[in-house]
Design a protein around this ligand. Structure first.
Ligand SMILES: [Zn+2]
Length: 118
């Protein structure tokens, strides 16, 4: 269960944010996953359902965006959208471009509920 360990990591990052901000809980958050990250959005969504239980994220809502993958040719430096990890450069046909976007997972926004200040 690749996605479950990712979901648990996301939740612990969110817990850190809540601690740092001295907030009560997470209200909502947005994740962005790269097309080449190997993460299946539906599977991550499902994994989050169980990962948020009994945490500061319980009861929160989330959305998952996908990020297009961009490769940069290491020969001619052409940048192009990548459909898969082995896409060759459309300009010169070289393989192994540097992947400049679309590989990881990012928490792009978090809404937290703050404590009432007395
Ligand atoms: Zn090229």
């Amino acid at each position: 269960m690749h996605e479950l360990s990712i979901a648990i990591n996301v939740v612990s990052e969110l817990e850190l944010i809540v601690q740092k901000e001295k907030a009560i809980k997470v209200v909502s958050f947005t994740l962005r996953i790269g097309k080449l990250s190997g993460i299946v959005p539906e599977a991550l969504d499902f994994a989050l359902e169980s990962a948020v239980k009994d945490t500061v994220c319980e009861g929160s809502t989330w959305s998952i965006e996908t990020e297009e993958a961009i490769g940069k040719c290491s020969v001619c430096f052409h940048e192009f959208p990548m459909q898969e990890i082995y896409s060759p450069c459309p300009a010169c046909g070289a393989f192994n471009p540097d992947i400049v976007a679309g590989q990881g997972l990012k928490i792009v926004s978090v809404e937290i509920e703050e404590q009432n200040r007395i």
